[in-house]
Design a protein around this ligand. Structure first.
Ligand code: ZN
Length: 530
């Protein structure tokens, strides 16, 4: 049933085609005015109607009843009916992926094109996945495209436009096909379901549209699987038996927790998700989509038809709690988590850091009781650089948290200024703290889950007087360590181990793009690169 729906409901005339209006308008006009080109290049994602429109063009060109000024095939003449049953010999479909060689191209296309069609006015060659042709095949084809026989039409279709030689592309009229948006896809799926005698919840259709990512063929295939369950009334619960699992419940819970600055809950959800065998990569993708929608919702944009009604309510709520700037910051953190999620031995670490980064830090990083302001503060002399974001009163949701990551130069200038102000003899050698760094982290780990994650990405780089500079591989690590309570926890731990009261300063020193640096970082995280 999965594939049959797609075949069964394949549009039989241009007016049945759901999408690609820009393509249809031009092609129908050309048919009506009899100005059809000899070569077309259709490019765009799979399942967006390239072959469908190519076939309709071939059918309309050969329809015996089509009059001047018309573009639609009649679907009743013998050419049209032969076409429908696949017996029309003057439309030649070639899967270029399986016929890449120049001999095939010569025999099946170039030679064949020289002879007039036995039936109909035009021989139409539809070359699917045309980017798979070899260089010499393209060369051979080029000559035919330069001087095509009057009766031959070539329609080249590809999902990878960049692989088509410029010489070929320039001989063709080019059309770019777009992904089919949910607003077009959902009514079409609904129509098919009704025609098949099913009632189907809108939430199910929205879920199918979301899963298929603009590919109508995938959407109709998923719909086929859902209908094949045999339930005449398809609810979300029924559909979930066959629809690929989405993590939307996990996603909404995480974002709600982050919006409420409840990092502990968010981290716990991630932990359970991983323990249950969930894929962090997919989760990050879904979080990205959800937070992006929340950001648009915060702007007042409510076109979010890819979610079901209940989720739309939650995404709106999340949008108004997060606000635009925090959504943007969370997206930024998630994007960097995505690029790094394949690196560490524990793949959820980047996501955990992203969550911590997005939550109000003082409510999350520290769980041990602390005495405020007992630590000596390093003096920062540059007035243009904010010393650190120490906020005493809790942030309210409507008060967006500002994440002004200082650019590298600024970070470095902070470090430079501090080194000028405190060029004293170190109270202990650097090696001593480097050697005992792991023990410091272990002490902190006794009553804090989050901070050790940050500290594993940082190393003591300098001791001047009683100031210890920590070099952080990521700006947001450096940022996290500027937080008063985090700072104090680290300083307390160092005091416990080295019996000296110090003040820590964190600077962001980007990891060099060398394999050594990456390996070092990974081994710090307790993993290895294979
Ligand atoms: Zn016809």
């Amino acid at each position: 049933m999965a594939e049959t729906l797609y075949r069964k409901y394949r549009p039989q005339c241009f007016s049945d085609v759901a999408e690609q209006e820009h393509v249809l308008r031009t092609i129908q006009q050309q048919l009506a005015k009899n100005t059809v080109a000899h070569a077309y290049l259709f490019s765009g994602p799979r399942g967006t109607g390239k072959t469908t429109i190519a076939r309709l063009l071939a059918k309309a060109l050969n329809c015996e009843n089509r009059k001047a000024g018309e573009s639609e095939p009649c679907n009743t003449c013998s050419a049209c009916t032969d076409f429908a049953s696949g017996r029309f010999m003057s439309c030649i479909e070639i899967d270029a992926a399986s016929q890449t060689g120049v001999d095939n191209v010569r025999d099946n296309i170039i030679e064949n094109a020289r002879f007039a069609p036995s039936r109909g006015s035009f021989k139409v060659f539809i070359l699917d996945e045309v980017h798979m042709l070899s260089g010499s095949s393209f060369n051979a084809l080029l000559k035919t495209l330069e001087e095509p026989p009057a009766h031959a039409i070539f329609i080249l279709a590809t999902t990878e436009l960049h692989k088509i030689p410029a010489t070929i592309a320039s001989r063709c009229q080019r059309f770019e096909f777009h992904r089919v948006p949910p607003v077009v896809m959902i009514p079409r799926l609904k129509k098919i379901s009704e025609a098949e005698g099913f009632t189907i919840e809108d939430d199910v259709l929205a879920q199918i549209a979301r899963l298929s990512e603009g590919c109508l063929r995938d959407a109709e295939s998923l719909l086929g699987q859902v209908l094949a369950l045999g339930e005449k009334n398809v609810t979300l619960a029924v559909a979930s038996l066959v629809l690929p699992m989405t993590n939307i419940a996990v996603v909404t819970d995480i974002v709600d927790a982050v919006a409420a600055n409840d990092a502990q809950t968010a981290l716990k959800i991630v932990g359970t998700f991983v323990a249950d065998g969930g894929s962090i990569k997919h989760l990050i993708e879904e979080l990205l989509e959800y937070v992006r929608t929340a950001m648009f919702a915060a702007f007042g944009d409510t076109t979010m038809d890819a979610y079901d009604a209940k989720t739309i309510e939650r995404v709106k709520a999340a949008g108004s709690m997060l606000g635009v700037s925090r959504s943007q910051m969370l997206l930024d953190a998630l994007l960097s988590a995505r690029t790094r999620s394949s690196l560490p031995a524990i793949p959820q670490i980047p996501l955990e850091i992203a969550i911590l980064d997005a939550c109000e830090k003082k409510t999350t990083i520290v769980s041990a009781p602390v005495v405020a302001h007992s630590a000596p503060k390093p003096s920062v002399s540059t007035p243009s650089v904010p010393p650190s974001r120490i906020v005493e009163e809790p942030a309210t949701p409507d008060e967006p948290i500002r994440y002004d990551f200082a650019p590298i130069q600024q970070m470095e200038s902070v470090a430079a200024d501090q080194s000028v102000g405190s060029a004293e003899a170190p109270i202990f050698p650097l090696e001593e703290i480097v050697n005992k760094w792991e023990r410091c982290i272990a002490i902190i780990a006794e009553d804090n889950v989050a901070l050790p994650l940050v500290l594993r990405g940082a190393i003591p780089a300098k001791v001047e007087g009683s100031v210890v500079t920590l070099s952080c591989a990521y700006a947001f690590h450096a940022d996290a360590l500027k937080e008063a309570k985090a700072k104090k926890l680290v300083e307390d731990a160092i005091e416990k181990i080295l019996q000296q009261r110090v003040s820590i300063v964190s600077v962001y020193v980007p990891v060099k793009e060398t394999s050594d640096a990456v390996t070092d970082f990974v081994s710090q995280l307790g993993g290895s690169l294979t």
